[in-house]
Design a protein. Structure first.
Length: 162
């Protein structure tokens, strides 16, 4: 009975596979949104204000960082919790694939969230005249919380690895 239970429990890790596949659909949605922004900006490129162009650029960078985060979570999560990815030696294998454990994945996700939050905060600061001061304070407080959390997770990981 115990062996059946353990085999069933171990096989249940495959429940995560469709979830990781679903993240690739979110990645597709981000790609569509990215190019939608590009197509919106092309007709007005010569008339748009520089600040507005920088804000759109920051939005595109934000989308790119979230996409990279999705890739990292999809591939490392799948490899760590479901099964090894069998990509041939001749194919373009990512150099970090198979080397990122759940602890380092957690730290990379935290660092990515801080980077995404930084870009978002920069967008807020560039458009500060249209944002209430109390909202700016909350954005800043949330960003500082992300920074402190990422630092604490990295520090704890460093302590536990020694």
């Amino acid at each position: 009975m115990e062996q059946i239970f353990e085999k069933l429990m171990y096989a249940s890790r495959w429940i995560m596979a469709p979830i990781y596949l679903g993240l690739s659909l979110v990645l597709l949605a981000l790609g569509i949104k990215f190019f939608q922004e590009i197509f919106h900006i092309i007709p007005i490129i010569f008339t748009i204000a520089e600040v507005d162009l920088v804000l759109v650029t920051l939005s595109l960078i934000d989308i790119t960082l979230v996409g990279g985060l999705l890739i990292m979570v999809m591939f490392s999560g799948y490899e760590n919790f479901v099964s090894r990815l069998d990509v041939g030696e001749n194919s373009e294998k990512l150099n970090w694939l198979g080397k990122m454990d759940s602890g380092s994945l957690k730290n990379k996700v935290a660092a990515s969230i801080v980077a995404i939050s930084s870009i978002h905060l920069l967008k807020i600061f560039m458009n500060a005249e249209n944002t209430a001061n109390d909202k700016i304070m909350w954005y800043l407080l949330i960003h500082i919380t992300f920074v402190i959390s990422a630092f604490a997770m990295g520090y704890l990981d460093k302590i536990t690895r020694k």
